[in-house]
Design a protein. Structure first.
Length: 178
């Protein structure tokens, strides 16, 4: 019954969005697969602008990196297969991208023997488990996994970082051998 209600809600959201990414429809508390953030129409012509407006100001990126690759990926996926996605999903994509580029930065700095960059990357990676988006959405295990990656970076252990990159990151985002 709940599944039918959710499908009806999504159908209504898709139909009532007037072709705009912002639907004005928000998730209901208590559902395991959604939260209370707004549902976005990924196939809408203004989806790129909405994604760009959700770019985080509280998550750093390594020097020379930008949010453009994750924005382009989200928009391309949304245009290819229009669907409904919550704001929290967009925010999570930004955060996961940042984890990937910091993992890649840490590996690249190690390969280059640049201890200053290794230290900077490790410092950011140590802070990742406390990023609000991960704390807010952790259903069990994500923050613990991020802590294990941070510990590995602190101790110079490439294994967990390479594993995270292989499992969760686009090679085009990282720019180093996995």
């Amino acid at each position: 019954m709940a599944g039918l209600a959710a499908a009806a809600l999504l159908g209504t959201a898709f139909a009532s969005s007037d072709g705009l990414a912002r639907t004005g429809i928000f998730g209901s508390p208590g559902f395991t697969e959604s939260d209370t953030s707004e549902w976005l129409n990924t196939g809408a012509p203004d989806f790129r602008e909405v994604v760009e407006s959700l770019r985080p100001s509280d998550i750093p990126l390594p020097a020379g990196r930008s949010w453009q690759p994750v924005i382009d990926t989200q928009v391309a996926n949304g245009q290819r297969e229009p669907a409904m996605m919550q704001v929290t999903g967009v925010r999570s994509a930004f955060a996961h991208y940042a984890v990937c580029v910091w993992d890649g930065e840490w590996l690249a700095a190690r390969q280059a023997g640049d201890t200053a960059r290794v230290g900077q990357a490790a410092e950011v990676i140590r802070g990742v488990p406390s990023w609000p988006i991960f704390v807010e959405t952790d259903g069990g295990g994500t923050v613990d996994w991020l802590r294990s990656i941070a510990e590995a970076a602190t101790h110079g252990d490439e294994g967990p970082i390479r594993q995270d990159i292989r499992a969760n990151c686009s090679s085009s985002w990282i720019g180093v051998d996995q």
